[in-house]
Write a protein that binds this ligand. Structure first.
Ligand code: COD
Ligand code: ATP
Length: 193
């Protein structure tokens, strides 16, 4: 089974590109969605213990947690130590099921794939990229997002140019959906032929 690692910095278009792989029939593991599901129950108590006041009714309030992180960047490390092992367990479960189902290829959509050295665990690295001004305006258009939160997240990410340099394939997301779709189709043709 070929394991494709899909990554890209915040707002670059990972989720949209992951959908294109899904439409092409590949199973996709979504690390961000896994974090959201863990915050809606399984990890809430651990997060409340580490960051008091950031949960409500047994769910993590992501806006509160993000505010806390942008005020104290050291907190990121403590949070990641709680979250990442749980995400890795969900990923291992996904891979086991996909193997058992005989999938020829799968996609792991992992924002921090390169930052955490996980590129060694995948067969191909696909990076989604758009110009920095497009990225910034996309992210700042999100409800509740501020320049401060955006900068705090960006500061923990490898620069886009370094990501592109490490990619086996780059999907552009600043030229519209049709261009991204064509890029994914070309990549899959090459990979699965
Ligand atoms: C900071 C939090 C509260 C913001 O929540 P929010 O709902 O606004 O965003 P979401 O979780 O959908 O993430 C959006 C994007 O932020 C960036 N991002 C998230 N966490 C991190 C991190 N630890 N380091 C760098 N960038 C990050 C990624 O580009 C990601 O795609 C949340 O992202 C979080 O708890 N992050 C820690 C867990 C983590 O490391 N997740 C990354 C994937 S495993
Ligand atoms: N190929 C594309 N053409 C046009 N717009 C795009 C394309 N890809 C993504 N977008 C737009 O860019 C925005 C961010 O995309 P998306 O949510 O997929 O990014 P992301 O990398 O998953 O973000 P995050 O890192 O915050 O999770 C969305 O509004 C989406 O519609």
């Amino acid at each position: 089974m070929i394991v494709i690692g899909l990554t890209g910095s915040i707002g670059m278009g990972k989720t949209t590109t992951a959908d294109l792989f899904r439409q092409a029939g590949l199973p996709v593991f979504d690390a961000d969605a896994t974090v959201h599901a863990l915050y809606d129950g399984p990890l809430a108590a651990d997060i409340e213990a580490a960051f008091p006041g950031t949960t409500r009714e047994d769910r993590v309030d992501r806006a509160k947690l993000a505010n806390r992180l942008s005020a104290d960047s050291e907190a990121f490390g403590r949070l990641e130590a709680i979250v990442h092992p749980a995400v890795r367990r969900a990923e291992a479960d996904f891979l086991q099921k996909a193997r058992a189902a005989g999938a020829p290829a799968v996609v792991l959509d992992i924002p921090l794939l390169l930052e955490t050295g996980r590129d060694g665990d995948v067969d191909k690295v696909v990076v989604v990229s758009a110009p920095a001004d497009v990225q910034r305006s996309r992210v700042l258009a999100r409800p509740g997002m501020t320049a401060e939160k955006f900068e705090a997240l960006l500061a923990r990410q490898m620069p886009d140019a370094d990501k592109r340099a490490r990619a086996d394939f780059v999907v552009p997301s600043g030229d519209g959906l049709a261009a991204a779709e064509a890029a994914v189709a070309a990549f899959l043709r090459q990979l699965l032929s």
